[in-house]
Design a protein around this ligand. Structure first.
Ligand code: MN
Length: 243
């Protein structure tokens, strides 16, 4: 059993090479003759934006088709939402037997507890973002949003993206990173913490426990840091080449 962790792919129709890189990854980890299946964990910001599970487009259908083949070959797909694709739900994942996980989830591998999350909740120094997150992630508001027409949500998403981009220009490097106390709290009941979001791939030592940060996918550098954990809980950050 291979556990594969990825995050921050930011897939969109504007970056077909990233989409291709993801399809290549599925292909690479798909075939195992049912002897060594892959459990793929996508820790948020899989898509650059998500306006609802009712959104359809050819580029997305191609991804779904490959995901179907991936799971039909005996592999599993798990997803946690990120700050960009928090509206992605079980309905979309049902198309290929994927499973939505809660924002914070602990899995056991070889009697070791691995906590996984997107990582934005750990950035508690970014007070204005945390305030925004609390509002936008409210289930009632999200329910109302989901009932609005697709075209309205498209416009809304475009507006948010511009606003988010503008506000990030003014933030310091530190405030965009995780808060040490938030990290220690997240690690208090587990052995390992895995997250993305900060785009700073690295294995940190937090009082003897690993905090593993996944990399973001980018066309410029043509690579992404992804994490493999084997059945004995041995872990390794590896470089995924985007061709
Ligand atoms: Mn993120």
């Amino acid at each position: 059993m291979t556990h594969l962790f990825i995050a921050d792919l930011h897939l969109s129709p504007d970056h077909p090479r990233l989409v291709r890189g993801f399809l290549d990854l599925l292909e690479q980890y798909k075939d195992n003759n049912f002897t060594k299946p892959t459990q793929l964990y996508i820790l948020g910001d899989w898509f650059n934006a998500w306006i609802g599970d009712d959104y359809t487009a050819p580029w997305l259908s191609e991804i779904v088709e490959h995901l179907k083949q991936f799971t039909q070959a005996g592999n599993k797909v798990y997803f946690q939402v990120g700050n960009r694709d928090f509206a992605l739900g079980q309905k979309f994942l049902n198309q290929f037997n994927g499973q939505l996980l809660p924002d914070e989830f602990t899995l056991n591998i070889a009697n070791k507890k691995f906590r996984i999350e997107h990582g934005d909740a750990l950035c508690t120094d970014d007070v204005s973002y945390q305030r925004f997150r609390k509002i936008i992630r409210n289930p009632i508001l999200l329910g109302i949003l989901k009932s609005t027409p697709l075209s309205f949500r498209q416009k809304l998403a475009n507006g948010f993206r511009k606003k988010s981009h503008a506000s990030q220009q003014n933030k310091t490097y530190e405030i965009m990173d995780v808060n040490q106390q938030a990290v220690e709290k997240a690690l208090s009941q587990v052995d390992v913490l895995i997250h993305g979001h900060t785009h700073k791939p690295m294995i940190h030592d937090v009082n003897g426990k690993p905090r593993i940060v996944l990399g973001d996918w980018r066309e410029k550098t043509s690579e992404a840091m992804i994490l493999e954990v084997d059945e004995n809980a041995n872990y390794q950050l590896i470089q995924w080449k985007i061709v």
